[in-house]
Design a protein around this ligand. Sequence first.
Ligand code: SF4
Ligand code: SF4
Ligand code: SF4
Length: 323
Amino acid sequence: MMGQSEKLQKIAAEALEQGQVTMVLGWCKKDFWWQAPVAFITDPASAARLVWDPFTVYNPVKYLLDNHHCHEKIGVFVKGCDSRAVNRLLQDRRLEREKVVLFGVPCDGKTDAAKIKAAFPGRKISAVSRVDEKLLVDTDSGTETLPAAGYLLDKCQTCRHPNPVVYDVLAWEKVEPRPGVDDARFVRVAAVEQKELEERYAYWLRQFDRCLRCFACRNVCAACNCRTCIFDQAEPRWIGKASDLADTLNYQIIRAFHVAGRCFECGECERVCPADIPLQELNRKLIKDINEYFGEYEAGLDPNDKPPLGTYRGEDPAGFDES
Ligand code: SF4
Ligand code: SF4
Ligand code: SF4
């Protein structure tokens, strides 16, 4: 029976051979067992590099911003979260639908390498693979088996859309969302909300004090797709270059508000943050408030809708002063 990686390879090779696309974005294996970075495949023979494994978490969609001008048509493999990024770019008019062929990949949740490493202290791990609901971990003293559900990335534990919401071809059968994801979605937000105002402020100051302003959270985010980000502008300068908490707060507040109503909850900003800042608590607080003030809304599900903060209706609770 054809394995999942082989299925992706076949889809990509055929699309390139038949001239449907001139490049395919998927995932490949490189130097480390815990990484499966984005691969840029331009000839059918190289499609054999593509993999689907526990670490194919990276979102290839943002790379379309850099590449879609140079290619007639690009094929891109999309998990549920990646597909919502496609809708985000379509909604923001940063991508044309006819420029991409979407290969949908129903997603069983991706593995947190840090949790695997913590499970085998002092042991050398050479490979991790997944068979159904089990992880097989090759270590220097033999192969160990772990339950996949216990080692998922945090973002995958609260994923409501593991199946692509937009696609042209589906690689395999759709999967069921994990039980309890709806209940888990705002649990961390509620915990912060319970703090008194001053305690909450102190909590966020402690978090943001660790921020390096590396901009990884911005760079990875498909909702952050302005042609010129205000933080890259030389004139006017919105934040200084020195390490300064006031400037960091400025950055964090602006980032959070620029994605309000547009964040599609992929959790990538939090996952890539080298300082472990709980950015999803902020993103989801804004989502929760938007749901309460403007009605339930999930970003990235429909390229034709309008985000709540991108429109004004007469019945909106905050008035619109026309004087
Ligand atoms: S967030 Fe959902 S679609 Fe994305 S990698 Fe995790 S389980 Fe898969
Ligand atoms: S990824 Fe983390 S450390 Fe880097 S700018 Fe964002 S919040 Fe700060
Ligand atoms: S703000 Fe974070 S969770 Fe939201 S879309 Fe951007 S990367 Fe994903």
